[in-house]
Ligand binder design. Structure first.
Ligand SMILES: [Zn+2]
Ligand SMILES: [Zn+2]
Length: 265
């Protein structure tokens, strides 16, 4: 292993340490990390080979892109890309979801490094992956709404990763960000720690929005979509404020390889 730096950055509690992590850590050189953080030189952040992009061509090809057919509303895999049974039966408040990747290695490690070690240099890299995915999207929202963090969590972390992603998307796509219009008023335990059925009651009434959004198309920006429960709760509030259309723009979606028996939301 060339360095323990990234190992420590990705898994501060030694949680999730496994062979994937060893590969990832051994493939990040101190020089590559240094370049990523402090210079304009773009070495591939995964393998450190020279690259004009964030990821070299072979690493780009191996990223877990969402290529299969899926429900356009929640991204659950469906034959021929039709709307899934859960969305037909109980349509979510959001209109559609776009995610660049599946929440699996190495994207999970990158997102964890951004969130839990404040490795902010990773935010624009992840934002560019969303933008790439949106390349031929035929619509443009009026506003971006970064998924709000509760003020206590924001103080603890020092930044909101969804806001960091939104800043880059806003600049590159020329879409304003709705700042301070929506707040998280309930400091809930992280959804990932709860059984799926407890997630809805955990997040219910967690948001407040004061802005009038009559007829607007808003895009909620977030890093990970798991069940969609949190996104739906925010979308319900945005609808109440008059939003006509709501898109979710997400870096990575967790998919059924790990949750085969669970329903999407
Ligand atoms: Zn590479
Ligand atoms: Zn669906």
């Amino acid at each position: 292993m060339k360095t323990g730096l990234f190992l420590q950055a990705v898994f501060p509690d030694d949680q999730g340490f496994d062979s994937r992590c060893q590969f990832f850590c051994s493939s990040i050189s101190p020089q590559g990390l240094n370049n990523m953080l402090f210079s304009n030189q773009k070495n591939c952040i995964l393998c450190d080979s020279t690259s004009t992009e964030d990821f070299c061509k072979p690493c780009t090809a191996h990223l877990p892109w969402l290529l299969q057919q899926h429900c356009p509303v929640c991204l659950w895999p469906t034959p021929d890309g039709q709307i899934c049974g859960a969305c037909l039966q109980k349509p979510p408040a959001y209109t559609r979801t776009v995610a660049a990747l599946s929440y699996t290695f190495p994207v999970d490690a990158l997102i964890q490094a951004l969130k839990y070690q404040a490795n902010l240099a990773i935010a624009p890299i992840l934002a560019r992956l969303i933008i790439k995915k949106l390349h031929d999207t035929p619509y443009k929202p009026d506003l971006l709404v970064p998924m709000p963090l509760h003020p206590a969590r924001l103080r603890e972390r020092g930044f909101n990763q969804a806001m960091e992603l939104s800043r880059v998307i806003s600049r590159q796509m020329n879409i304003p960000i709705l700042t301070n219009g929506c707040q998280r008023t309930k400091n809930t335990p992280p959804q990932a720690r709860l059984p799926w059925k407890a997630r809805r009651s955990n997040i219910r009434n967690a948001f407040e929005c004061t802005m009038t959004l009559s007829g607007k198309h808003v895009a909620i920006v977030d890093d990970v979509m798991t069940t969609g429960t949190t996104l739906n709760e925010l979308a319900i509030i945005l609808r109440r404020q008059g939003a006509a259309e709501i898109s979710n723009w997400i870096v990575a979606r967790t998919l059924p390889e790990t949750n085969l028996l669970d329903s999407p939301h």
